[in-house]
Design a binder for this molecule. Structure first.
Ligand code: GLU
Length: 486
């Protein structure tokens, strides 16, 4: 028999932004489908119309496009299993809900409780439903329907025994049936709840593997019962561990804004490259079981497997993301780097923008994210009377007096040169160093510190002088001489 074609889906609710956890879900669903030469489907889950956000579906399309996770079917491109937006599928859910009423697995409920209405069953989980309408007589139901009473349709849970489903990551999961509430399947406005729609849609869209966050694992027994009530084959489920963030006190909690940027858009804005983000989150919950960590999307497709998906919660480490990002930035062609950095250099002084072709070569090997550029070159614009102890340096056997001497020697050398190229500036530094029988670091240190006011600079003395230009460099050096001499 032919193996069934693997079909996975990414089923986001249009919330207006792409949380890193959702992006990872999309990635795993994409990688698995592509690894298995199957199909990756995009379905928009917008049954909770109250939460509708303008432009939110655009964010989803854009993210998938930016990350090259190209879907094979979806609202924008169609496919054989459409429509791919749940609100457009509204009429069909009622038929399926009625089928369950018919075969005794669901029932009409005429109770009016605002808290239970129009929620995706969330309020219910807190309050539980007292099953008042579970045993209404046929006549009562007919009467209520004829009177046009609003109703919801609820799932009739077994009251005894247990339900077990198998998860590809977490293994067999068993629950006591009496712990399952008679959840709403169809709301009074005819919209399905998420809990119902996901089952109907996954079945109708022939999804073979449901890949989603672990927060859905506790609801999955209810879905299992729905599949059985319809007599449908249950897709395999792959629940993913939660992405946590590190709190300042050392504890961890679910990754949220207080830990840092959590949306894909914000990470891009901060200057992370999409390739680095994807590479990093691929490893947040999946292990390739090898030493290597840097993988392109194509390589991830090649390697991805469900056996490598881990149960333990992953911790989002911004430092590690910086590390990945620095690697990808380094690998960019310099031309791409310059083009990509344009939007980050608008806050830099004009003369740096003009010298960006040179400064960018310094930046490319030194930044870990693009918005580091601004702080890295801030010294060009901001220069104050810094702490003179910065001139003291053990390694170069320098104290303030020696630094003063070097600066005093060097100021006229700089004053007299007409050639302000990096090459010539380096020659001047070298010649002076040779003459004095110093080590190069000794000459470089006071110059570099003197003109930047910081110990960490995006290049050596000559580069810094070049960036600042002759007039500004001399102004700063003279100011240091004046201060050191006091
Ligand atoms: N719409 C759900 C969400 O955005 C999707 C859950 C699922 O993948 O089934 O969380």
């Amino acid at each position: 028999m032919d193996k069934k074609q693997v079909r996975t889906r990414f089923a986001p609710s249009p919330t207006g932004y792409m949380h890193i956890g959702n992006l990872r879900t999309a990635l795993y669903a994409y990688l698995f489908a592509k690894h298995e030469k199957g199909k990756f489907v995009l379905r928009i889950e917008d049954t909770d119309q109250k939460r509708f956000v303008e432009g939110a579906t655009e964010v989803i399309y854009q993210t998938l496009k930016q990350t090259n996770m190209i879907h094979d079917e979806g609202p924008d491109i169609g496919g054989n299993y459409g429509p791919y937006v749940q609100s457009e599928r509204k009429p069909l859910y009622k038929d399926y809900a009625l089928q369950l009423v018919e075969n005794g697995n669901a029932y009409y409920c005429f109770c009016t409780n605002d808290k239970e209405e129009n929620t995706d069953g969330e309020a219910e989980q807190t309050f539980g439903y007292n099953r008042h309408c579970r045993n209404l007589s046929k006549e009562e139901i007919e009467k209520n329907l004829a009177a046009g009473k609003p109703y919801v349709i609820r799932q009739k849970m077994p009251l005894e025994g247990t339900t077990t489903f198998h998860d590809e990551v977490y293994g067999d999961v068993t629950v006591q049936n009496d712990s399952l509430d008679d959840q709403i399947l169809l709301k009074s406005d005819g919209m399905p709840t998420y809990n119902f729609a996901n089952v109907v849609d996954d079945h109708l869209m022939a999804i073979t593997h449901v890949i989603r966050g672990k927060e859905y694992i506790s609801s999955t027994p209810k879905y299992e019962l729905l599949y059985r009530a319809f007599g449908w084959e249950t897709p395999k489920t792959v629940h993913l561990s939660t992405i946590m963030g590190q709190n300042p006190d050392g504890t961890v909690s679910k990754l949220s804004k207080r830990h840092g940027a959590v949306s894909f858009a914000q990470l891009l804005e901060d200057g992370y490259l999409q390739e680095a983000i994807i590479n990093y989150i691929a490893l947040l919950g999946w292990s390739p079981r090898m030493e290597r960590e840097v993988f392109s999307l194509e390589e991830l497709v090649e390697l991805f497997d469900i056996e490598g998906v881990v149960k333990t919660n992953a911790i989002f480490d911004y430092k590690k993301l910086d590390w990945f990002n620095a690697i990808y930035i380094n690998e960019m062609s310099h031309e791409d780097f310059v083009a990509y950095s344009q939007k980050y250099i608008v806050n830099l002084p004009k003369y740096l923008q003009e010298k960006w072709e040179f400064a960018s070569t310094l930046a490319q090997t030194r930044i870990s994210k693009f918005n580091d550029i601004v702080s890295m070159f801030k010294f060009l614009d901001e220069y104050t009377d810094f702490d003179l102890t910065l001139f003291e340096n053990k390694k170069n056997k320098l104290d303030k007096a020696q630094s003063l001497e070097i600066l005093k020697d060097f100021a006229p050398i700089l004053q007299n040169t007409q050639d302000w190229s990096v090459e010539n500036l380096n020659t001047l530094i070298q010649d002076y160093t040779t003459l004095k029988e110093y080590k190069i670091g000794k000459t470089m240190w006071p110059l570099r510190i003197g003109v930047t006011g910081q110990t960490i600079t995006p290049g050596g003395g000559a580069e810094m002088l070049y960036l600042l230009g002759k007039a500004e460099s001399l102004k700063r050096i003279n100011r240091c001489i004046e201060r050191l001499a006091q």
